[in-house]
Design a protein around this ligand. Sequence first.
Ligand code: SF4
Length: 392
Amino acid sequence: MTSLSTHLNDKELWKIDKDEVAYYGHMVLNASLEKLINVASSKRDEHWGNVITYSRKIFVPLTNMCRDTCSYCTFVKHPDDPDAKIMSPQEVLLSARKGEKKGCKELLFSLGEKPEKRYAKPKRALEALGYESITDYLTDMCKLVIGKTSLLPHVNAGTLNEYEIMKLKNVCASMGMMLETTSKRLTKKGGPHYACPDKVPIQRIRTLISAGYCKVPFTTGILIGIGETLEERIEALLLIEKINKRYGHIQEVIIQNFQTKPNILMSKHPEPKLKDMLQTIALARIILNPTISIQAPPNLEKKHLEYVYAGINDWGGISPVTRDFINPQHPWPNINSLETMMNEIGFRLMERLTVYPKFNTQNFLSTTIRSHMLKHSDYLHPDNKLKELETV
Ligand code: SF4
């Protein structure tokens, strides 16, 4: 087996064909939105039928400290802020149990990136808990969750190296990291990713490749409206497709819209229009392998049902317990109301696990996770809902 560094240095894997970018750019600028949406919608129907899924989950913000300072973030707290914290194991377990009681199957750990590498306070807080890094602590919190509950951990821990990914793979069902953008421009002074070491596109692309090399079912996505151009959106989607073609590990791609909030550096930055979202969702559906689930959050746009017409097949995580910590001003829709709305437009809402059935193999999941998943055998049985999803 070739080493990861050979893969990371493979220039072919990183190269984006400018003609292909121009082709899709031309398509978007010359076709009507209606036509684009119709093409995307038919491709979704062909592979996913009239089923739109969601994952019933509990969100656990393990730490809100981060070494990055993205201009659109409200989640992050400076270590001197009285609300900055690292959750204790007891708090993690309490949240997990609340989620379990409400029928959640997934526990999503969301966290800032490596705060201990920049600040003394989180470093000391981790030391007091007996850890050197937040990733080590996260690994043990995943172990705690699978040891004490039926929940399947999904971790959004940002950029990770091979060693960190392999440790986490043993104890979590799936992982995620938004690519967000491939634009280096946005890391320059005045850009949303200025002075954010983990938002340098090369670092995020390395994580995407490393997760593929380590065979981890992976969620990624792009962020719309932070200053990227149409070409840059297309480049990001083409790159995700290319990496998935090599490793087959991308299970979901999220198309997320930037949301303005009062206390962020980008509070005056305009939000993307619904048209931008519909166009990008449709493009994602057209560019990406049809087996990749395309997801857009239902709580960040009033007219979210239109996303269905543009080609999504998944709403992502919806929690009956916790708020959206990244966009706290936007509550999750009520699951029953969403189901009714789906039915009214001729679609069915179905629950899924954090791992899609085709990744339930020895290659992609550790033995520990596979046996833990048996607790949700309703979702793994050949005649069950997920099998149905797999074959539509
Ligand atoms: S990396 Fe994530 S948590 Fe950190 S500042 Fe950026 S958006 Fe916020």
